[in-house]
Write a protein that binds this ligand. Sequence first.
Ligand code: SF4
Length: 302
Amino acid sequence: MKVGIPRALLFYKNEKLWTKFFDELGIEYIISPETNKEIIENGSKYAIDETCLPIKIFLGHVDYLKDKCDYVFIPVIKTAQNTETCLNFRAQFDLIKNAFRKDDLKILFYNEDSGKKYKEPKAFKKLCKYLKIKRSLGKYAYRLAKQTQLYYEFFRTERQEDIMNTTNKLKVLVSAHAYNVGDKYVGEPIINMLKKLNVEPIIAEYFDAKKCYNASLQVSKTMPWSYNRHLLGAIELYRDKVDGIVLITTYPCGPDSMCNEMIIRTYKDIPIITLTIDAQDATAGIETRLEAFYDMLNAKKE
Ligand code: SF4
């Protein structure tokens, strides 16, 4: 059996967990390549106009994998840190099933709902049962995979905090979803532009999720989306350690449009720029805006 893992959406939050789990069980897998123009164009064919860019990208990755594996891996994660994920995550399974209905696509998934009875270990247990894997072996593989993911996140946070506390460069906190900041097409060009300007990008997504969630409660008790809470909490915790904030959003994202507006209205004492990315590949406009933002930060610092 060969499993296809789309390099999109939750892959950027769970890469180590998923790959280590399959490695330990000896299950062969293939990961779709970095996002490119062709993947986006192919994904867009399956989407309606109002679909957000990350979902179009996700559809493109599934399209790439559909003839190259036996199952495409599409877990459904409904809650994280006691709050709901965006509706698009909750609907992923049905969305893909429907979009690829003519392709007879086989989907391998687990259903995680930490607010209810399907917490992550139980969701993996069910997945193992479906795969007809011995219970003890499945449990061992999951534990090892989870540990690998947690270690990876821990050291990534440590490394980033180190850089943040020691660098003499201008620092900006980049607030963007994992699948945006990690994507070759969406986030990487912006990170590279910042580095070219000699600015240190501090990635909000790389800070501890639980700590960020708790901090976000000080700003809003009612905001529903867990992944936006992570970003909001990182801003609340680290805004005093950076010179500015870069909000990256993809068109048209409902949760970001509300959350980012709230961030702009709440944090008035720090320079903030919002960059909206769509399926167009022209980056000159973004580059010019980032340069102007950099000049402003520099002047302020001096
Ligand atoms: S949070 Fe926004 S970008 Fe992410 S899947 Fe939902 S609508 Fe799309």
